[in-house]
Ligand binder design. Structure first.
Ligand code: GTP
Ligand code: MG
Length: 182
């Protein structure tokens, strides 16, 4: 932590956003950092990052650095270099595509194997069931809840980058848990 002018402390949290291609990782990051959404799909190459600063309380400013990791198979192991020093992660799937939910397990073990906090403990992870604005047969909540219990995922949210649903809430959850783990 850096103590700035007037005793303000400024923290930097690196947060990963992972999951299969096309689930909406870039859309979530863009919604959260720029307040925008586009229905055009341009796949992410390698990784990207964007920052949003939040005035957490009267003496704490938090800079959230969101790392938007390419979901495509072909970037596989290469993208793991971006995991270093991350303190939390959002694991995203597309509620309208069951295959992306099946992949969550793979992304999770990938994260658990690659990144831990400096003291060796697990980083907080939140599961995001994105595109909840799409009204189509989707994955039942009970199945998601069961998965979270079995895999020690603290919380999950139905999100929509398009309709701006629960994105702020999910990031807030992560920040609270990063602060707890400090
Ligand atoms: P990769 O970069 O290839 O790993 O994919 P990504 O996870 O970054 O997906 P991206 O954010 O580019 O979104 C893929 C497509 O889904 C785009 O056409 C988005 O506009 C659309 N999309 C993203 N989020 C939502 C959402 O909440 N609702 C709906 N309806 N569409 C969404
Ligand atoms: Mg992307």
């Amino acid at each position: 932590a850096v103590l700035g002018h007037f005793g303000q402390q400024e923290l930097l949290f690196k947060i990963l956003v992972v999951g299969d291609y096309g689930v909406g990782k870039t859309a979530i990051v863009r919604r959260y950092t720029e307040g925008k959404f586009s229905s055009n799909y341009k796949t992410t190459i390698g990784a990207d990052f964007a920052v949003r600063s939040i005035d957490w309380d009267s003496h704490t400013k938090i800079n959230l650095q969101l790392w938007d990791i390419a979901g495509h198979e072909r970037f596989g192991y290469m993208t793991r270099v971006y995991y270093k020093y991350a303190v939390a992660a959002a694991l995203v799937f597309d509620i309208s595509r069951i295959a992306t939910f099946r992949s969550v397990k793979k992304w999770l073990s990938n994260l658990r194997e690659t990144v831990t906090l400096p003291d060796g403990s697990k980083i907080p992870i939140v599961l995001l069931a994105n595109k909840c604005d799409i009204k189509e047969p989707s994955i039942p909540n009970e199945q998601i809840i069961k998965f979270c219990k079995e895999n020690e995922i603290g919380s999950w949210f139905l999100t929509s980058a398009k309709e701006n649903m629960n994105i702020n809430e999910a990031m807030h959850y992560l920040v609270v848990n990063v602060l707890k783990s400090k």
